[in-house]
Ligand binder design. Structure first.
Ligand SMILES: Cc1ncc(COP(=O)(O)O)c(C=O)c1O
Length: 386
């Protein structure tokens, strides 16, 4: 896949995919094409540029659902800023009267951890933080009666997946609760974990799936009945009178406007469509290569006695520390070798710092732009440091 990232210099080893992906050429071309050929607003515009924008944006909504193997009769797609914004937007609109408690897990990113904390505090609801199994599953032997469950489906520090997502959703629905999924880390390399899910809402960031900076919300149509309206303005109304208005999101074809106040990032949305097209064409060999690089790093780190590995399984996201060596210093040493990795707690302070009591960590997260030579360089640099 490297030729789609031909702007990358061979000395640069970008290993911070979990934060944001590099963008392949077709995505950059789609964005440039919008800005240079038909830069226009996507709604109610009659001139050809706007008509084209509108058609392409609608097409991306369909592509997102197809990529997740979900149906437009059940779900709609809205665009927002990022995963954090999407989660907060939905939690701020959910009417608390439908819930008896809010449940999250111990390995959550602060986006989920803090937004669930805020929801519980604001609405004076009990909040439970459940320990996830080592394989990423959420234990189901508990009371989910009218529970609002908000959890990630792929971790951003060791890649563990919510393997029992489908059972969880079935169980929670049976007990009149709902499930919101933080899918920030799933869409690039683990989308299958979401296939045909019945979850009530899925929030993710296009910038972690080879697309421009953008948030995406995929929401069950029947969830709208539990949502109040917080933001309202342009792009969300069909008619306005002195003291009232007719909301576009009352129209089943325009449900998505519920989360889209004001002008949208049309070019970025269109380029997300190009990213999905690109992801769907990734050859099996490239996926296998990424798995083999992940395994090579995992095997090396497992054997190296000075490396304390957080992962229990290989993943394109791998976190560790080296005994007796400050991880931030190690990050700087790797940077000197052209290796761009992250250090610290990766916005998972509660679990990594307070539950596991790890020192700050190093995280290497690989993407489809990486090569065998990148992985060899990482291993060589770590050996040198040790
Ligand atoms: C699992 C997870 N959730 C949420 C987020 C937040 O994403 P964003 O900063 O794009 O809102 C991240 C970002 O790293 C993440 O990995």
């Amino acid at each position: 896949m490297r030729e789609d990232f031909s702007y990358l210099k061979s000395k640069d080893v970008y290993a911070d995919m979990a934060c944001q992906s590099l963008r392949p050429k077709p995505v950059i071309d789609a964005l440039t094409s919008y800005y240079t050929e038909f830069n226009s607003c996507g709604e109610r515009v009659k001139y050809p540029w706007g008509v084209k924008t509108e058609e392409l944006v609608e097409d991306v909504r369909r592509k997102v659902l197809k990529y997740l193997k979900l149906k437009s009769k059940d779900y709609f797609v809205s665009f927002t800023l990022n995963t954090t914004y999407g989660l907060n937007l939905i939690l701020n609109q959910l009417n608390p009267k439908y819930f008896s408690k809010i449940i999250t897990s111990d390995i959550e990113h602060n986006s989920t951890f803090l937004s669930t904390m805020a929801f519980a505090e604001k609405n004076d609801l009990e909040r439970q933080v459940i320990a996830r199994d080592d394989n990423g599953s959420l234990p189901l032997e508990m009371d989910f009666e009218k529970a609002l469950v908000v959890v990630n489906c792929v971790s951003n520090f060791d890649g563990r997946r919510l393997e029992n997502l489908n059972e969880l959703v079935k169980r929670v629905h049976k007990e009149h609760g709902i499930v919101i999924v933080d899918a920030a880390q799933a869409l690039a390399h683990n989308v299958d974990v979401l296939y045909k899910t019945q979850a009530d809402a899925i929030c993710f960031s296009a910038h972690k799936m080879y697309a421009p900076s953008l948030g995406v919300m995929v929401v069950r149509k029947d969830l709208l009945s539990k949502l109040d309206t917080t933001f309202i303005g342009g792009g969300m109304v069909d008619d306005v009178n002195k003291n009232d208005f007719k909301a576009s999101f009352d129209n089943p074809d325009k449900f998505y406007t519920k989360f889209e106040p004001g002008l949208q990032a049309w070019g970025e949305i269109i380029a997300l469509g190009a990213a999905i097209d690109w992801l769907e064409k990734v050859p099996k060999k490239a996926k296998a290569d990424l798995s083999s690089y992940s395994k090579k790093l995992f095997d090396f780190m497992t054997k190296e006695s000075k490396i304390h590995l957080v992962n229990t399984k290989p993943s394109s996201v791998i976190s560790f520390y080296i005994e007796g060596l400050d991880s931030h210093l190690l990050g700087a040493a790797l940077a000197d070798e052209g290796i761009m990795a992250r250090t610290g707690y990766f916005c998972v302070h509660y679990y990594l710092d307070h539950v596991k009591k790890y020192p700050p960590l190093v995280r290497i997260s690989l993407g489809l732009h990486n090569t065998q030579s990148d992985v060899d360089k990482i291993i060589k640099a770590l050996r040198k440091v040790i």
